[in-house]
Design a protein around this ligand. Structure first.
Ligand SMILES: Cc1ncc(COP(=O)(O)O)c(C=O)c1O
Length: 396
């Protein structure tokens, strides 16, 4: 009998935490687990530009016929420019619209497995919790390179470079484009340059995951490392998301991008990716991608989107500043790294026992690894969070 002896799949840690928090009835609860932006009122609003684009799309749309295997071509072009800058026009880059960055990660993982089933995927230690399961689901071997130094709360460049210099043509190195998840510690441009040199020397394939462009310094600065690398290496893979920087989480919008060493190689990569998509979901959902294409092609919508995005980034930076002050005031130690980290997340060095105490005693939800979503912390909650952390750390 089918499914008779089937056991349940393991819980995804982020989704499991989110539903635990939903069930919690304590009024002061704080969900600092899931990577969703919230404003000072605790809301995840729809961008004004998204609303405007959506209304005009709905009014103008006269068909729901299939769009095409590659998705919305205008969206693909606009996203490629947004991420790679204008240089891509003359390059070997191919882009495919995907259901979120998750869809892109899985398709590209399958592409690697199709080309080289013995490839090893190297993830930063630590990395986004879903990276390892996605690559393993594609049948690939996964290992970790040193990345975050828990003592300094910065990237351990020397250890990372030492590990990457041992790699070769069988290896794929996953790099976070910006706003590293979960640590918030980003690679400097100098480190991107060193990694590029190493890739050219050893032949490992760089695979960039760009899920937070615009959430760190700015749209342009957050793409600096990616642009440096992609203009120099013969081949790369890239997954990107519009969940956060366009606030289109549930619409499932992203891209898979790739370049081979020649036009012909790039075309083969794209055709393999299209066949992988055809064998699973066939075509990506249109609505979110059509919104992004509209925003990126109309100056007024684009300006409104950029202003709202930089307002959000500013809000996170203010939260970082206030949290640093609140913690330094209580713990009497240096928390300047909180302001140096980029994007939604930081790892403050909270151990699992304290994470659990925060959850059970204070109704504060963080991932077990201590990742904190600062974009989920409203200004009015900072003092409560700092007091609670101080209280649970003193219990040790
Ligand atoms: C690093 C990273 N990659 C990929 C994703 C998946 O994003 P999407 O919602 O576009 O599937 C996330 C989402 O949190 C992420 O943090």
């Amino acid at each position: 009998m089918f499914f008779e002896s089937l056991s349940s799949a393991p819980h995804d840690p982020i989704m499991a935490l989110s539903s635990l928090c939903l069930q919690d009835t304590r009024s002061q609860k704080l969900d600092l687990g899931i990577g969703v932006y919230r404003n000072a009122l605790g809301q995840t609003p729809v961008f004004d530009a998204v609303k405007a684009a959506e209304q005009s799309l709905v009014a103008a749309q006269d068909s729901k016929a299939y769009v095409g295997m590659q998705g919305h071509l205008g969206f693909n072009r606009a996203m490629t420019s947004l991420i790679l800058g204008e240089q891509w026009e003359t390059s070997r880059v191919r882009t495919l619209q995907t259901p979120g960055a998750s869809g892109a990660l899985r398709l590209l993982a399958d592409l690697i497995a199709r080309t080289n089933a013995d490839a090893t995927i190297w993830l930063s230690d630590p990395s986004y919790t879903n990276h390892e399961p996605i690559f393993r689901a594609a049948g690939l071997d996964v290992r970790y390179y040193p990345y975050f130094d828990a003592a300094t709360k910065q990237v351990n460049s020397d250890a990372m470079i030492a590990q990457l210099s041992q790699l070769g043509t069988n290896d794929v190195v996953v790099l976070h484009g910006c706003c590293h998840n979960p640590t918030g510690a980003d690679m400097s441009l100098e480190l991107w340059q060193q990694v590029t040199e190493l890739s050219l020397k050893t032949g490992f394939l760089p695979f960039i995951d760009m899920a937070y462009q615009g959430f760190g310094r700015s749209l342009e600065e957050d793409a600096q490392g990616t642009r440096y690398l992609t203009t120099r290496v013969p081949s790369f893979l890239l997954a990107s998301s519009c969940s956060k920087n366009f606030g289109l989480y549930r619409e499932r919008v992203g891209v898979a991008m790739m370049a081979g060493h020649s036009e012909k190689a790039s075309d083969s990569m794209l055709s393999q990716l299209l066949s992988l998509a055809r064998n699973s979901y066939t075509m990506p959902p249109d609505h979110g991608a059509a919104i992004v294409a509209a925003i990126l092609s109309y100056e007024s919508l684009k300006a409104s989107w950029q202003a709202e995005l930089s307002h959000m980034t500013q809000h996170i930076q203010n939260t970082r500043k206030q949290l640093r002050q609140a913690l330094e005031h209580r713990f009497n130690r240096d928390y300047s790294f909180i302001e140096q980290h980029q994007g939604m997340f930081s790892m403050l060095g909270i151990d699992t026992d304290s994470v659990h105490r925060l959850r059970t005693q204070k109704a504060i939800y963080l991932l077990d690894n201590g990742r904190l979503n600062l974009a989920g912390l409203a200004p009015s909650q900072i003092e409560y969070f700092a007091d609670s952390l101080f209280a649970v750390e003193r219990m040790q």
